[in-house]
Design a protein around this ligand. Structure first.
Ligand code: ZN
Length: 211
C-alpha cells in the first residue's frame, strides 16, 4: 500500500551510518593526502575526491535533515530526481526541472540564468508532492528548468595533518570547494556534489501541475 508521505530518495537513514577513521597518507615528493585507514574501492569519486562513507540501503528511521552522500552524488552525476530516484529530465522538453531553494543555491555574479546548487533535480511528476510535503521548500523556493547541469564543486569537511599520520578536523564543515582547487581537495572529505546549472528559466506552472 502506498504511504501518504514518501521518504525522498536522497534522504539519509539512521542505519546507513558508517564509522570512517581517517589518516593522512604521505608519499615522497607529494603533499599529504587524506584517506581512510583501511582504503576500499569506491572511497573516491571518479575525480579522485574522497567521499564520506555511507551505506546505501535506506534502512532505519529517515534523518530528514541529512542527505545520503552516495545517493546525492548519484542524483547529481546521473541527473536523477531527489524524490523518486528516477531520471529527472523531462522527455517532452529535454529540460531538467529543478526546485531552487535559497539555502542550496548560489548565483554566479555576472552570469544570468546560471548558478551552483547542492540540491538534486526534482522530476516533473514529483514537484507538486515535494512542495506540498517539505516545509523548507514551501517557505523559500522557486521552480525552474535548466538546460543542463555539470559537476563543479563539492561540499566538504576540511582536515589538516597532525603528528604522524593523524588527520585533525579543522571544524570547517560544509565548505564549498571547486573541483579545480586541487591542493585543498587533498585535505577534504566530501559530503555532497555540487553542480552548475545552465540556462535556468522560471517554470512556475510545474508547481501546480496535476497528473
Ligand atoms: Zn521524481
Amino acid at each position: 500500500m502506498a504511504t501518504r508521505l514518501r521518504v525522498p530518495y536522497v534522504i539519509a537513514h539512521a542505519d546507513e551510518a558508517l564509522p570512517h577513521p581517517l589518516v593522512f597518507v604521505r608519499r615522497p615528493f607529494t603533499t599529504p593526502r587524506l584517506a581512510y585507514v583501511t582504503p576500499r574501492p569506491g572511497d573516491r569519486a571518479d575525480n579522485g575526491v574522497l567521499r564520506a562513507r555511507i551505506l546505501d540501503n535506506r534502512q532505519g528511521a529517515p534523518l530528514w535533515r541529512m542527505l545520503n552522500t552516495a545517493r546525492q552524488w548519484r542524483c547529481m552525476e546521473r541527473v536523477l530526481c531527489q524524490v523518486c530516484g528516477q531520471e529527472a529530465t523531462d522527455p517532452e522538453t529535454g529540460r531538467i526541472p529543478w526546485v531552487i531553494t535559497a539555502t542550496a543555491f548560489r548565483a554566479i555574479r555576472g552570469v544570468e540564468g546560471s548558478g551552483y546548487t547542492s540540491a538534486p533535480a526534482t522530476c516533473r511528476d514529483c514537484i507538486p508532492e515535494a512542495l506540498a510535503t517539505c516545509p523548507q521548500l514551501r517557505k523559500s523556493s522557486a521552480v525552474a528548468t535548466a538546460a543542463r547541469s555539470e559537476p563543479a564543486a563539492i561540499l566538504a569537511d576540511v582536515f589538516r595533518p597532525g603528528p604522524g599520520r593523524t588527520a585533525i578536523h579543522t571544524d570547517r564543515h560544509n565548505v564549498f570547494v571547486g573541483l579545480d582547487e586541487t591542493a585543498l581537495l587533498r585535505r577534504v572529505l566530501a559530503t555532497q556534489l555540487i553542480v552548475r546549472l545552465h540556462d535556468l528559466q522560471p517554470a512556475p506552472r510545474l508547481a501546480s501541475r496535476t497528473g
